[in-house]
Write a protein that binds this ligand. Structure first.
Ligand SMILES: [Zn+2]
Length: 237
């Protein structure tokens, strides 16, 4: 009997500690953390979908990485967006994005609807956690928006440089371009198997699915409908 009581006490203590850890993760918004629906409800679901000016702690992560010297936008033009998202296993995760203030309200609204519909997004942390290396972030299937960089293979600035583009589940929704010599360029390089869109697989973004519908309703253009190349992960305004 005493052993049973000790065990029960240990279980209660462990769940109290994990509930406390979840509240701390929510308060500090540790993106990438998995939380329960109960923890979200205790914290307040509405508080989990918001945008704000770039806080100092976020700016410190960005400086010298996604936010470089001579960047096309000012810090004041950018917003830090907090959202929740479900992964394909049905877990709730804390997500974060940096984008242009012009699309911050769009993103809060779109990701709220995607969350309500349990549209799966695997990971959403700042690209700075991958040292602003787009290839690494894409390989990790990390959804992201702002990053100061040129369009791959050119000197033209990407819409990501102004924070006006978002890449969703990029590993499973790659960019590819067929060269004249018959070879194919795929980004991320590990995504060659996901260029065939007739195959079924998790996190595949398709024309007419909820994600595509919401972004296009909000006035975004989809890279999956481009002709000279395909960029299935990419929405821009
Ligand atoms: Zn993109």
């Amino acid at each position: 009997m005493r052993r049973l009581l000790t065990l029960l006490l240990a279980v209660m203590l462990a769940s109290a500690v994990s509930a406390q850890t979840a509240q701390q993760a929510l308060r500090e918004w540790k993106a990438g953390t998995r939380v329960s629906l109960k923890a979200v409800e205790e914290y307040g679901l509405e508080r989990c979908f918001a945008s704000e000016e770039i806080p100092e702690s976020v700016y410190r992560r960005m400086r010298g990485r996604s936010f470089k010297e001579g960047t096309a936008v000012r810090r004041a033009d950018l917003r830090y967006v907090r959202v929740l998202h479900y992964d394909d296993g049905g877990h709730i995760l804390l997500g974060e994005l940096v984008c242009n203030r012009m699309i911050a309200a769009d993103l809060v609204e779109i990701f709220r609807k995607l969350f309500d519909a349990r549209y799966p997004i695997e990971r959403m942390v700042l690209i700075d956690d991958y040292n602003a290396d787009d290839e690494l972030s894409m390989r990790a299937n990390n959804t992201s928006a702002f990053c100061y960089r040129a369009v791959a293979g050119s000197r033209k600035l990407s819409a990501h440089s102004r924070g006006m583009a978002v890449d969703i589940n990029p590993l499973y929704n790659p960019y590819y371009r067929d060269r004249k010599d018959g070879t194919r360029q795929v980004r991320p390089a590990t995504a060659a198997g996901y260029c065939d869109r007739s195959k079924p697989f998790a996190y595949k973004l398709t024309r007419g699915d909820l994600c595509h519908r919401l972004f296009t309703q909000h006035g975004f253009r989809w890279g999956g409908s481009w002709r000279s190349c395909k960029d299935f992960q990419h929405f821009e305004k």
